[in-house]
Design a protein around this ligand. Structure first.
Ligand SMILES: Cc1cc2nc3c(=O)[nH]c(=O)nc-3n(C[C@H](O)[C@H](O)[C@H](O)COP(=O)(O)OP(=O)(O)OC[C@H]3O[C@@H](n4cnc5c(N)ncnc54)[C@H](O)[C@@H]3O)c2cc1C
Length: 416
């Protein structure tokens, strides 16, 4: 079958891998000049199924109110005259109950653990290297109150059978000896089986392999419309003409709702902007061994080979992708505070990306009212973690096979 994948981020490219492996004739289209140049470019690098969970949680609306007037808060609300933003916020608040949180968390855990397994299999099948690390992730808590929250999170992990351990400050420092001595640590949560890696490098190398094995990539190609023909999709209109196939997979991240709305498919996906800094050369002894998630600042600092990446901030404020260093200042400061000897913080590169977030948390996978149109969207803050599993599942659905995991709550029709 001829399959067109719309979007060459990590989600679209991973899906193209599985589709091509199933014997389909695959073409990928993207407006950028190369794969993974938008949200998949410089994320925090965590492949962390243990952390996969909705941001819409009990108590979150109050926390957000408390952050409203802080300049470097982890979550920034920038209201716009945009009904989509207000609808998204209302649905987000509606999902902040204990019952909704439990549902959504279970759905995200299901896909995230399956996805990590798919990534490990893909890595061993292809031999792709992407500055990956298997040293786990350490979440640190600076206060007793944060640690109490960590214990509650650990109880949830227990229910999902996730390997984890609450550690003392001393144990946390033994795991990550470069942590600054003057950072107060009340304790930590160690997820030893979580992984790290450069999402951009992974995607670029996977795309290279796919191209060599016959997958066609059309870059610098802007998709303007998805054309309906009765109850099917007839083609994709781009600035380089019409592309047709038997089947279409939409993996366009945050902007997908604009192209789907004319088809009467309304998805509550909204961009939540984050910022990252990258230090190109780390001093080994001053950098994290693996990855540290600082609960206080909500900044994650990860070693990626010889580099250090720190990322954080959630700004609900529209589609602007510019990386204003002043907005990333909180990320830079947190990284410098945690690992002051990691390298020269005057020499960092800045980046910003738009997490394609659903208000409840889980992504949208698979079928639509159009028999030959499939979704692979809304992976939000976990898209690197979830890309391989989502790709495998969507390829299964395209091929008419039952996926390996239950899709309840992960598809358009089963969302409730
Ligand atoms: C600061 C930050 C930190 C993060 N940290 C982590 C982490 O540690 N772990 C984790 O799992 N996830 C993390 N994420 C989330 C993760 O990066 C995203 O979920 C993931 O990259 C989304 O991938 P995607 O392929 O859906 O989107 P994208 O990478 O944005 O891909 C979509 C593609 O569609 C193309 N496109 C869009 N519109 C059009 C059009 N009209 N025509 C043609 N092409 C188009 C774009 O060019 C783009 O290449 C983080 C995100 C941010 C912002």
């Amino acid at each position: 079958m001829k399959v067109l994948v719309l979007g060459a981020g990590v989600v679209g490219t991973a899906c193209a891998h599985y589709l091509s492996g199933d014997g389909h004739e695959v073409t990928v289209i993207d407006r950028q000049a190369a794969p993974a140049l938008e949200t998949s470019f410089a994320n925090a690098g965590g492949v962390c199924p243990g952390f996969a969970g909705p941001w819409a949680a009990p108590g979150m609306p109050l926390k957000v109110m408390g952050w409203l007037f802080k300049s470097h808060a982890p979550l920034l609300l920038r209201p716009r005259f945009d009904p989509a933003q207000w609808r998204w916020l209302a649905q987000f608040v509606g999902n902040c109950t204990a019952e909704r949180f439990a549902h959504n968390k279970a759905r995200m855990q299901r896909i995230a653990h399956y996805s990590k397994q798919c990534l490990v299999e893909l890595r061993s099948a292809t031999g792709i290297a992407y500055d990956e690390g298997t040293g786990g992730v350490l979440q640190i808590f600076r206060t007793e109150e944060e640690l109490a929250g960590g214990r509650r999170a650990a109880a949830v992990l227990e229910r999902f059978g996730v390997v984890h351990r609450i550690v003392t400050a001393q144990e946390a420092r033994a795991l990550e000896p470069a942590l600054a001595a003057d950072v107060p640590i009340a304790g930590g949560l160690h997820l030893s089986t979580d992984e790290t890696g450069d999402c951009h490098l992974f995607t670029a190398r996977l795309a290279e392999r796919l191209r060599a094995s016959g997958v066609t990539f059309h870059f610098d190609t802007r998709i303007d419309a998805i054309m309906r023909e009765g109850d099917r999709i007839g083609g994709i209109l781009t600035n380089r003409g019409l592309f047709t196939a038997d089947c279409y997979v939409v993996a366009l991240g945050s902007e997908a709702p604009f192209l789907l709305r004319p088809l009467d498919i309304t998805l509550p996906i909204y961009p939540v902007k984050g910022y990252a800094i990258t230090l190109d050369r780390v001093r080994d002894e001053g950098a994290p061994r693996s990855s540290v998630m600082d609960e206080h600042s909500k900044v994650m600092v990860t070693r990626l080979g010889a580099r250090l990446r720190a990322a954080g901030v959630a700004e609900v404020g529209g589609y602007d992708r510019s990386a204003d260093p002043s907005k990333a200042a909180g990320v830079l400061e947190a990284a410098r505070m945690l690992f002051p000897r990691a390298g020269d913080y005057q020499q960092v590169s800045y980046w910003a990306g738009l997490r394609p977030m659903t208000p409840d948390g889980p992504p949208y996978l698979g079928p639509t009212p159009f028999a030959n149109l499939f979704l692979n969207l809304g992976q939000g803050s976990n898209g690197w973690t979830q890309a391989c599993g989502c790709g495998r599942i969507v390829a299964d659905l395209v091929g008419g096979r039952a996926p390996a995991i239950d899709l309840d709550g992960l598809t358009l029709v089963s969302r409730h």
